[in-house]
Design a binder for this molecule. Structure first.
Ligand code: NAD
Length: 478
């Protein structure tokens, strides 16, 4: 397989795999080298109308499928993803940059999620209300209908998996538009579902000019739900489009995760966990720990230990087994790092490590530590989405909570303390959809993943993710 044919880049519409033909194409880039990996076909409005027709037809049949039929497809796809893990991981690493260890794990996590939903789809229970004899009132759950789903590039395997697992389990059809920058792994996830027996039209895969695709799909009354993961700015734009036809929405938007480290925390353990989490996918993770508020008594020691740990991270091509952190996924990210870090230093922050691009080619950025970062620095409010940790000291519990809750974001938050009472109080006080106390592990197949405030609404994963693909109907009979 040549580097230029690393994956079969195709659309999947109405049960047919479709190549470029005379369509426009997008050049897919390897972020470790800047080289071209392949050309991705982009849809036109004729393709989108065909997909809408097929999604409408397929929904009418799939909604009547039994949980057993849906479970068979999801379990089959999970097995195929595990069998094909080496290929899927390689494709994702080539296109997105993160290390093979990360993409392999991502493929297994996706397989586990499909297995979870294969079981969970049997449990879309309703309620029987208490009524006098001779009368019956029921509350039943039904699939919401065809979903338009938009997945970003940062988890090229996991994001498409999340956008497909729950709707397919719920009996919905889906038109998925993953990011054009990392399409190959999404294609492999759809291929696994198709090879496992998913009927034509239940899932369709389109790539295109994002604004054209979202406007076209969201204007259609066929689409009953919008599911989006990406930036808050784009999320607001899509919410406005969806409002015209009052579609159901699940929005997984940006974050700016605070980390509160109290002076009684296990310092070595906290440094190790947080440094590893910070460098995961070069910081391009919506739950990446970013604003580090460390209590005065251990501030200096913590920043020094964290800086030393980040300096040791081996940055390199994600395909090399020795690499612990790959490049950033596209040229926009290092450019954003440059802007934010320059501004922070100009505002008086201390640059303790990194702060620059690394390597001769590709989009590599050095793991970066900024300390004594003032509130006015843009990086304290704008999501950096990169391998940079910003530090500021705090004195009291209330001060830390005020800083943590200061932003309009509320996705993930972390706290480290050995006091059971503080752990309880801080997890109650933080405005976030997910709180990690003495852990950085947030995602699990059985647990809701999602935010509050401008980080979005609705959840993916867990029973909540399935519920987000269902509507309720009350049936009264006398
Ligand atoms: P962006 O805001 O341009 O795009 C974010 C995602 O939305 C991409 O996948 C893109 O393809 C998609 N998108 C953009 N415009 C769209 C439209 N009109 N219709 C449908 N989809 C559209 O930013 P970017 O440079 O790709 O990513 C950087 C920012 O995005 C980050 O700073 C971060 O805030 C956010 N982001 C968040 C997540 C997440 O997991 N929540 C993932 C990726 C990116």
């Amino acid at each position: 397989m040549s580097a230029h044919a690393h994956a079969q880049l195709k659309l999947y519409i109405d049960g047919e795999w479709i190549g470029a033909g005379s369509r426009r194409v997008h050049r897919v880039i390897n972020p470790a080298t800047g080289g071209t990996l392949g050309e991705l076909p982009l849809v036109d409005t004729v393709d989108l109308d065909r997909a809408l027709l097929a999604t409408d037809r397929a929904f009418l049949k799939w909604r009547r499928s039994t949980p057993d039929e849906r479970a068979r497809v999801l379990k089959g796809a999970a097995r195929l993803i595990r069998e094909r893990v080496d290929h899927i991981a390689r494709v994702a690493t080539l296109e997105e940059g993160k290390t093979l260890a990360e993409t392999r794990l991502e493929a297994h996590v996706t397989a586990n999620l499909f297995d979870f939903y294969a079981e969970e789809c049997r449990r879309t229970y309703g309620r029987v209300l208490v009524r006098p004899p001779g009368a019956r009132s029921l509350v039943v759950k039904e699939p919401v209908g065809p979903v338009a789903a938009f997945a970003p590039w940062n988890f090229p395997i996991g994001n498409p998996g999340r956008k497909l697992g729950a709707p397919v389990a719920a009996g919905c059809s889906v038109i998925l538009k993953p990011a054009e920058e990392a399409p190959g792994a999404a294609i492999e996830i759809v291929r696994a579902l198709v090879d496992a027996g998913l009927p034509p039209g239940v899932v369709q895969l389109v790539f295109g000019v994002p604004d054209e695709v979202s406007r076209h799909l969201l204007a259609s009354p066929v689409i009953r739900k919008l599911s989006f993961t990406g930036s808050t700015a784009v999320g607001k734009h899509l919410l406005a489009l969806a409002a015209a036809t009052v579609k159901r929405t699940t929005m997984e938007l940006g974050g700016h995760a605070p980390v509160i480290v109290f002076d009684d925390a296990d310092l070595d353990r906290a440094v190790e966990l947080l440094a590893t989490a910070k460098c995961r996918n070069a910081g391009q993770v919506c739950v990446s720990p970013t604003r580090f508020y460390v209590q005065q008594g251990i501030y200096e020691r913590f920043v020094a230990a964290f800086t030393e740990r980040l300096r040791k991270v081996n940055v390199g091509d994600g395909l090399a087994e020795s690499s612990q952190m790959g490049p950033m996924a596209n040229p926009r990210r290092p450019a954003a790092m440059e802007r934010l870090i320059e501004d922070a230093v100009a505002c008086g922050s201390k640059l303790r490590a990194g702060g620059e691009r690394s390597g001769q080619e590709g989009f590599f950025w050095q793991p970066t530590v900024l300390s004594e970062v003032p509130v006015k620095a843009r990086i304290m409010s704008e999501e950096p989405f990169g391998p940079v940790a910003v530090f500021a000291p705090f004195a009291t519990f209330d001060e830390a909570v005020e800083q943590a809750n200061r932003l309009p974001y509320g996705l993930a938050a972390y706290a480290f303390t050995d006091s059971a009472k503080r752990a309880l109080l801080i997890s109650d006080a933080i405005e976030a959809g997910m709180v990690g106390v003495n852990t950085v592990q947030m995602a699990a197949a059985d647990s809701p993943f999602g935010g509050v405030k401008e980080s979005g609404h609705g959840a993916e994963d867990g029973p909540e993710g399935l519920d987000a693909c269902l509507v309720t109907k009350a049936i009264h009979q006398a």
